[in-house]
Design a protein around this ligand. Structure first.
Ligand code: SF4
Length: 233
């Protein structure tokens, strides 16, 4: 495992020189995603605002609940401008049932800031997105890659678990250092021009096959590229 992780790490920031196993990992995962990626109401929408709303909702709520909630919220506030113009109480009411209302407050404040300060256009760069209320590294990476095609990673819990297992990055030595290392490796692995699909593919694999307690390695599409799953049957 250490050898594999070292090989990935040594190729940081140079995707064209990534070792064969990294290439096969990307190829296999993207092929699997094309056929088996989850069909979710926010996927395929060519609207950065809709992507932002979905990602904020997913921050602390399970996908299953968000799938029912997302279309209703979008129907009520179909554009960033609509959300920005809404009274705070109405936004809170529209969020009722999802919980963690700080997200609604931040999303509302972000919409107002984009309208008031940025001319209504959501920023495309992760660094600019992170200046908006409630948007951290994961959400910025997800919105930038999915909505704008930026070649940046987005590590949520599922994607972090998948990368940690595939690359053989063991726990220990400090959670913050491990997470920082995974983000560096994730940056190197992002397929140029496919970042949105790639990030969503990692999330989907983590949600359906590379699950937390009992990963389904025998049926995993990337097991031949995985430090943990290789040889499991
Ligand atoms: S082979 Fe197993 S550990 Fe590796 S990514 Fe697949 S399910 Fe996860």
């Amino acid at each position: 495992m250490r050898i594999l992780a070292g090989a990935y790490a040594s190729q940081k920031q140079n995707a064209c020189r990534l070792p064969p196993r990294a290439r096969s990992f990307r190829r296999r995962l993207l092929a699997w995603y094309a056929r088996h990626g989850r069909r979710l109401p926010w996927r395929g929408l060519n609207d950065p605002y809709a992507v932002l709303v979905s990602e904020v909702m997913l921050q602390q709520t399970q996908v299953r609940r968000v799938t029912g909630f997302f279309p209703r919220f979008l129907a009520r506030y179909p554009t960033l401008e609509d959300l920005a113009a809404a009274p705070p109480d109405a936004v809170r009411e529209a969020w009722d049932g999802l919980g963690y209302y700080a997200r609604a407050r931040n999303l509302h404040a972000a919409a107002r800031e984009v309208v008031d300060r940025l001319g209504g256009a959501l920023p495309a760069r992760p660094a600019d997105l992170r200046r908006l209320p409630g948007i951290g590294r994961y959400t910025a990476g997800a919105v930038a890659s999915i909505a704008f095609g930026a070649n940046v990673p987005a590590l949520d819990t599922n994607a972090t678990r998948v990368l940690g297992r595939v690359l053989g990055i063991r726990r220990g030595g400090g959670a913050a250092r491990r997470q920082a290392r995974l983000w560096r490796l994730a940056e190197a692995l992002v397929p140029r021009g496919r970042a949105g699909d790639w990030n969503q593919a990692l999330m989907d694999l983590g949600a359906t096959i590379c699950v937390a307690r009992a990963p389904r390695c025998p049926v995993c599409p990337v097991r031949q590229s995985c430090a943990l799953g290789f040889g499991r049957s």
